[in-house]
Design a protein around this ligand. Structure first.
Ligand SMILES: [Zn+2]
Length: 412
């Protein structure tokens, strides 16, 4: 079975002028937490590196790992985080402002997860429909009263949805387009499913934030594409869409929310033009910009490793705080294992007793921090740094210190 395929042409524009950068070597799938009995088995490692398309500007992984392998054990991640729910509530409120929702309106969410976004649309009395390939997530959504179809969304399944549910007034796709290999089939499906006058809203981590804040650890196998607006505009304009509104968001280290309509205007909106200019200044439209980014990440690796070595030389004990997928990218690529981190604490009970992929660092409940009193906590879930520091105030009071690795190494 072919577990990974190499990309030869750009996913958006089909160009072969692809510039190779940020080679992180072979890495395990970062969501593949291991049980104790699995530690002796051979782990799959897959190439992790990026291409920058010199033609349209899309950043994409050089290899696509088989989705069956990546999402086989897709851990149910409750979207309970308050920040996420606030964001969804805000999205639904804005959408209702643009298209007055009524009992006859249909809102379709692609990659609907446990249905938490659609609950907000349902509150506006609209009909809702979730689309998600994960049966376990769909079950949770259906139980909560959110009708959900278990399928991948594409041009073909769009036809089936239209037959059984009709066309949509609003289509949403949050944190899912980066996972989709065939973006053209996605757009064709959306074009079919959306009513004339309907809106398509998407959110994804914004490449501008990723590069400006050195967030290299959000680059991993599940995320096939990293979008700036330049290539995204190229993709959507091919299907007659325009960006009616663009809004930068704090979530996931920096995301962007884009509202699309069928094209009516000939000019690009001022906000979009401003952001595209900003991207160019940040170096997102040139190979050199990504070469510089790559250099910064390798420097960061040296800095963090040196800082940790210094602490270990002084006999200090260090543990990891938070076990998100990105934390596993960081420890794997920076080659930080159990010789440095005694263990990782995490608030998700599902992860307790498991081991991180690659480095096999054990994961414990957060209560261990106060019982065990290590000297330093390396914050692996840096996008929640403030919350983590607040949550572990007692650890700080007893002399515990925090190491924040990104965008630069800081000790607090
Ligand atoms: Zn391209």
């Amino acid at each position: 079975m072919n577990l990974a395929k190499k990309i030869n042409v750009c996913r958006i524009c089909k160009s072969k002028k692809l510039y190779h950068f940020l080679d992180l070597g072979k890495q395990p799938i970062p969501n593949g937490f291991l049980k104790k009995e699995q530690l002796i088995l051979k782990e799959n490692f897959f190439k992790l590196a990026c291409f920058f398309c010199r033609s349209c500007g899309l950043v994409q992984l050089t290899h696509v790992v088989s989705p069956a392998l990546m999402f086989k054990n897709y851990a149910y991640i409750p979207s309970g985080a308050k920040m996420m729910l606030n964001n969804f509530s805000n999205l639904a409120y804005q959408a209702n402002h643009q298209i007055k929702l009524s009992k006859s309106s249909l809102c379709v969410d692609i990659g609907s997860n446990d249905g938490s976004l659609l609950k907000f649309f349902k509150a506006f009395e609209a009909k809702v429909l979730g689309i998600d390939p994960a049966q376990n997530l769909a079950d949770v959504a259906i139980k909560a009263g959110i009708p959900t179809e278990v399928m991948m969304f594409n041009e073909k399944t769009a036809d089936r949805i239209i037959k059984s549910h009709g066309k949509a007034d609003i289509i949403t796709a949050t944190n899912v387009v980066a996972h989709i290999d065939n973006l053209h089939s996605l757009l064709k499906g959306i074009l079919k499913l959306l009513k004339n006058g309907g809106i398509f809203i998407t959110e994804f981590p914004y490449l501008l934030d990723l590069v400006a804040k050195n967030q290299f650890d959000t680059i991993y196998h599940e995320h096939l594409s990293y979008f700036s607006l330049k290539p995204w505009l190229k993709l959507i304009s091919g299907y007659g869409f325009e960006i009616a509104a663009a809004q930068r968001l704090q979530i996931h280290g920096g995301s962007i929310r884009l509202t699309h309509r069928r094209r009516r205007l000939k000019h690009i909106s001022r906000v979009v033009k401003y952001l595209v200019d900003l991207e160019a200044r940040q170096g997102l439209h040139s190979a050199q910009g990504f070469e510089d980014f790559s250099k910064r990440i390798f420097n960061l690796k040296d800095q963090l490793r040196a800082a940790l070595k210094n602490l270990k030389d002084q006999g200090k004990r260090v543990v990891g705080l938070g076990a998100p997928a990105k934390g596993n990218v960081l420890t794997s690529f920076f080659n930080i294992g159990v010789e440095t981190l005694d263990y990782i604490v995490d608030s998700t009970p599902l992860k307790h007793g498991l081991f991180s992929p690659g480095k096999h660092i054990p994961i414990f409940p957060e209560s261990r921090l106060l019982e065990d009193r290590p000297d330093y906590g390396l914050i692996l879930a840096w996008n929640f740094s403030d919350e983590i520091i607040k949550k572990h105030e007692k650890f700080k009071k007893i002399g515990g210190k925090f190491i924040i690795p990104i965008p630069e190494v800081r000790i607090i």
